[in-house]
Every structure is written in structure tokens, then in C-alpha cells.
Write a protein that binds this ligand. Structure first.
Ligand code: OGA
Ligand code: MN
Length: 227
């Protein structure tokens, strides 16, 4: 079967976006696309954020399972894990799934599962420099962040700053840092083990989805817990 037939279930827009994401990941290890999240998905997610009551958000921790702790010095945002129980979150998981399939087919990444949460940074909230995965310790391979803030401007703070690791190692902190304004529609992806990053203090409410594509590390019939 020809490639175009295999991909015919993907909309042309998604296809060219996925192509450009794949090229960026191969060339740079990260990808930033402005105004790229499909419009209908964006509309659903913006509605969902409006409807999500504050009590759905819980203080975010660091570390998994037994090692999970809240640490005010590192991050102060709140999160709401996405289970796919609403139209919006179902559409999001479906979109992430089709990106996963595309990347597996074209880059042989072997991505196996996906987990994601909404995040809310209130005024002053931040997430200090961190990596989403450490070699040999975690199986998060690829991080994705999409933003759900209309009319964000520089004065609103809350930028995502990504640092290529080799710059940090050589003490070149400010070297080639990449600044992302958390504006609605922007999609960021990066290799989870390779890009330290931080969220600068937000000066107004800041909403996003952060997600991670993971490898399968299940042993025997012990299914690796997703979070
Ligand atoms: C995270 C994260 C970045 C952002 O949740 O791990 O780094 O811009 N988020 O919200
Ligand atoms: Mn992160």
C-alpha cells in the first residue's frame, strides 16, 4: 500500500504539522510550532478549562508514586490529570495518539503510552529548572506542552525556557536558550531526557497541557503504572 493511502485517515493539516514536528525532532531534538493546535481541538480545550472547577486542580508534586513529594521551592503549579472522560479530553488524547502513531511510523521511536495533565499557574507560580526524565530512571521519552492562554504578552511572564543540555554542561547558561511564550495554539515537543527547562513566574493565570510519551517498561504481568 502506498504511504499516502496509509495516512489517508490523517487530515492534511495534521499531516503537515506532524511532518514538521518529526523533522524538527530529528534535526534539533525539539520542536516549537506557533498557532498549530487544530482549531476545533483548541476550542474544546478552552471550553474545558473554563468549566474545570478549581477543586479539580491539585498541587503538583515531583517524583513518581512513592517518591512523590510537594516541593514549594521547585514548583508551585496545580495539575489535573487527563483521563479522557470529557469530549475535550477525549479529543486531546485522540490527537496525541495520532501524533504518537505518526512518530512511531516515521522515526521508529517505539512510543507506547501517553499521560498528560492540565496545569494551572496562578499569579507568581513557577517551575524551576528540571528535566522530565533521567536516563535509566524513567521511561518518559518525549514531552509535549500545548498552551491555552489567549492574548498572552511579554509582560505576563510565564515563559517556558528550554536549555540545550550541552550549553548547561559547559556553563553557558544563557547560551542558546529557547524562549516560548505560552500563547494559545503553540505546541512544544522535546526529548524528555535531553532538555532541561523551566517555567518563569507567571504574572496572570496560565493554563497549559503537559504530556509525556513513554516507552513500555512493564515486567511480566506487572503493568507499569502510568503515573
Ligand atoms: C512540566 C513543564 C512546561 C510549561 O509540566 O513538566 O515543564 O511550559 N511544563 O508549562
Ligand atoms: Mn517539565
Amino acid at each position: 500500500m502506498s504511504l499516502s493511502l496509509v495516512q489517508s485517515s490523517l487530515l492534511d493539516d495534521d499531516l503537515s504539522l506532524f511532518e514538521s514536528i518529526a523533522n524538527n525532532l530529528v534535526n534539533k531534538g525539539y520542536s516549537i510550532s506557533l498557532d498549530a493546535l487544530p482549531k476545533n481541538l483548541t476550542t474544546l480545550l478552552l471550553q474545558q478549562i473554563n468549566e474545570l472547577a478549581d477543586e479539580n486542580f491539585k498541587r503538583a508534586g515531583i517524583g513518581r508514586a512513592k517518591n512523590h513529594v510537594i516541593n514549594d521551592a521547585i514548583r508551585t503549579d496545580e495539575v489535573c490529570w487527563i483521563t479522557g472522560n470529557t469530549e475535550a479530553s477525549g479529543a486531546w488524547i485522540k490527537w496525541a495518539g495520532s501524533l504518537q502513531n505518526y512518530l512511531n511510523k516515521h522515526l521508529f521511536l517505539g512510543l507506547f503510552s501517553f499521560e498528560s495533565h492540565f496545569s494551572h499557574y496562578g499569579k507568581g507560580d513557577f517551575y524551576k529548572l528540571h528535566k522530565d526524565a533521567f536516563k535509566g530512571e524513567d521511561n518518559r521519552v518525549l514531552s509535549v506542552v500545548v498552551y491555552l492562554n489567549q492574548d498572552w504578552s511579554f509582560e505576563d511572564g510565564g515563559e517556558l525556557i528550554i536549555y540545550p543540555e550541552q550549553d548547561l554542561d559547559s556553563g553557558l547558561i544563557a547560551g542558546n536558550k529557547i524562549t516560548v511564550i505560552p500563547n494559545v495554539g503553540t505546541i512544544v515537543l522535546f526529548l524528555s531526557e535531553e532538555f532541561p527547562h523551566e517555567v518563569l513566574p507567571a504574572l496572570r493565570d496560565r493554563y497549559a497541557i503537559a504530556g509525556w510519551f513513554r516507552l513500555n517498561t512493564s515486567i511480566a504481568n506487572n503493568i507499569d503504572p502510568p503515573r
